[in-house]
Write a protein that binds this ligand. Structure first.
Ligand code: SF4
Length: 348
């Protein structure tokens, strides 16, 4: 049933209140007309959610109209994994990338898990297959196998424990093995090695060769240039950045930790060395903060759209439905449950 004019007007006002301060996406401006164009679609999706008993999980890097228009929960991989695990909904739509949909299916096997666009891969997750990890394990049989949550279900199934960018240091520090095979992020592995050394913890960290194409391009010289132009600038980086960038940042942390740092820090300007979606979220949730440019867009995350979410809810195409072999799912679940046991609350 088409929405009434009154419902569309109220939805337009709701979207406008949420999105008014978002301005880090080139060519997009959140004014009344833009919100008015979206309102019928967000109303339709929100009605479909009720009708189909669906919940929509939205990663911080997807477009703000998805997060604030139709999302039930927003956050990083760890938080959304918890929400998938707790969910009683029949359908989970994961607006993020495919490995996140797989993680939701691993933790909530009874639900139908949908991804809006099957092409939403990830340069990190797709850098290592289960077969390649089995070869690495054969080369280092005494190593604990630790996978970053940004990995495929196959890789999680081959791992002893899964970690996030928030709990990686504490979990690796607590493992009995000295030698650790950390996959698939080479740069995060370098940052973990440096941080554990700084903490006086003796571990040998062996990595595979994946990187995040969003975070691996930031460089220390650009940080120096920005500091010269903006006195008092605070530089915030993700541990998927290079160690050289991490070394010159004021703060390095997970998505959740970066948000907390910015909200709790007084500074004239912030430079966010991460995906622009996080800056959009901060512009909504901390509109008094000033951000200089520099963030980057993840092409995989930006494949998500309201139209694709609507279509998946109305009648999902086979490739939008996440399916996993049950034995593989159970083994992958074991590595994630071990993470929850070792780090029940993400330290951010
Ligand atoms: S931002 Fe990087 S790690 Fe996240 S989905 Fe995109 S490529 Fe993968």
């Amino acid at each position: 049933m088409p929405a009434t004019d009154h419902a569309v007007e109220a939805e337009t006002e709701r979207l406008l209140r949420a999105l008014l301060h978002v301005d880090c996406e080139p060519g997009r401006q959140w004014n009344y007309e833009a919100c008015r164009r979206l309102a019928p679609l967000t109303l339709e999706i929100n009605a479909l959610k009720k009708e189909k008993d669906a919940v929509i999980l939205t990663h911080s890097y997807v477009a703000p109209e998805i997060i604030y228009g139709v999302g039930d929960f927003k956050g990083d991989s760890y938080f959304l994994s918890l929400k998938a695990r707790e969910s009683k909904a029949k359908i989970i739509v994961f607006a993020g990338v495919v490995f996140m949909g797989e993680t939701a299916k691993i933790l909530s096997p009874a639900a139908t898990v949908l991804v809006p666009d099957r092409g939403s891969g990830c340069s990190l997750a797709d850098s290592l297959t289960g077969d390649q990890l089995r070869q690495l394990k054969a080369a280092y049989p005494d190593a604990a196998v630790v996978c970053y949550i940004n990995s495929t279900a196959d890789v999680k199934a081959e791992s002893d424990v899964c970690v996030t960018s928030g709990n990686v240091y504490d979990i690796i520090a607590r493992l009995p093995q000295r030698r650790v095979l950390f996959v698939p992020d080479r740069l995060m592995g370098d940052n973990v090695r440096n941080e554990l050394k700084r903490r006086g913890i003796d571990k040998e960290i062996i990595t595979s060769d994946g990187t995040c194409i969003v975070h691996d391009v930031f460089d220390a010289q650009s940080v120096a240039d920005a500091r010269a132009r903006f006195p008092g600038l605070r530089v915030v980086a993700h541990p998927e950045c290079t160690p050289e960038v991490a070394a010159v940042a004021d703060f390095v942390g997970s998505t959740g930790a970066m948000m907390k740092y910015v909200k709790n820090t007084t500074a004239p300007y912030f430079l966010m060395l991460t995906e622009c979606g996080l800056v959009s979220r901060l512009q909504v949730e901390a509109p008094e903060k000033n951000f200089i440019g520099g963030c980057r867009l993840c092409p995989y995350m930006k494949l998500n759209s309201l139209e694709k979410i609507r279509d998946a809810l109305v009648s999902p195409r086979p490739e939008q439905i996440i399916t996993l072999d049950e034995d593989l799912r159970r083994r992958a679940a074991h590595s994630i449950e071990r993470m929850f046991a070792l780090a029940p609350a993400d330290p951010l």
